[in-house]
Design a protein around this ligand. Structure first.
Ligand code: CA
Length: 220
């Protein structure tokens, strides 16, 4: 036994999913369809979708923002956990990817809760601020262009209520953040972002080694 996070072998991972993952047909079909896509590794892990559903319920989330939709798995998971009058503002630049998401949102009966904004997320976040929505959001998930992470975060934080949560994806970047030889743009951006969050006194944070690393940020 160890107090260090367990190393997930394939066998342990399969066991974990077999005894904990509760995936609806729509989510499973969305995941299986996405798996055929050349960029399939951009989709979140299924246990991560389920974890977000738990967070949405724990936080009584009514209004959420997602930055980076891809083929809609995480949007579907979050929207399904929202109350009937909940709303998810889903930001992405690609209609090619988000068009793949729409049939699954419809099938799951959550399309009406998802407000898809096709534009650079920075613009959408600025629009939400100029709409006077500061402090109106309970939850946000960030999983888009890594070099923009600090900009997304700084624009998101004022929109989140006190006690609301921002989840950030890929903070361990397949372990490359800990490889000093790796200086590529995205790796460096994630390292800089992680340092930025670590020093931020406005928030309470925890970095989870789930999937590709998720930082949870609670607005104080
Ligand atoms: Ca991701």
């Amino acid at each position: 036994m160890s107090n260090k996070t367990i190393n997930l072998t394939d066998e342990v991972y399969d066991y974990m999913l077999s005894i904990s993952l509760k995936e609806t047909d729509s989510l499973r079909q969305c995941r299986e369809e996405t798996a055929k896509h050349i960029m399939a590794n951009m989709q979140i892990a299924p246990e991560q979708g389920q974890f977000f559903q738990l967070l949405v319920k724990m936080l009584n989330v009514k209004n959420a923002i997602e930055i980076g939709v891809f083929t809609g798995y995480s949007s579907l998971a979050v929207a399904a956990a929202l109350p009937d009058d909940g709303k998810l503002i889903a930001c992405d630049v690609s209609t090619e990817y988000t068009d793949l998401a729409k049939p699954f949102w419809k099938q799951a009966g959550v399309a009406g809760k998802i407000d898809l904004r096709i534009a650079p997320a920075i613009e959408t976040l600025k629009q939400l601020a100029s709409d006077g929505l500061q402090g109106k959001f309970d939850f946000a998930f960030v999983d888009a262009h890594k070099p923009e992470y600090i900009n997304y975060y700084e624009l998101l934080l004022p929109l989140i209520r006190t006690g609301g949560v921002i989840a950030i994806d890929n903070v361990l970047w397949n372990g490359e953040v800990a490889n000093p030889e790796n200086h590529n743009e995205e790796t460096v951006a994630i390292r800089v972002f992680n340092e930025h969050i670590y020093k931020d006194e406005r928030i309470t944070m925890s970095m989870l080694p789930m999937a590709d690393g998720i930082t949870l940020i609670l607005k104080n």
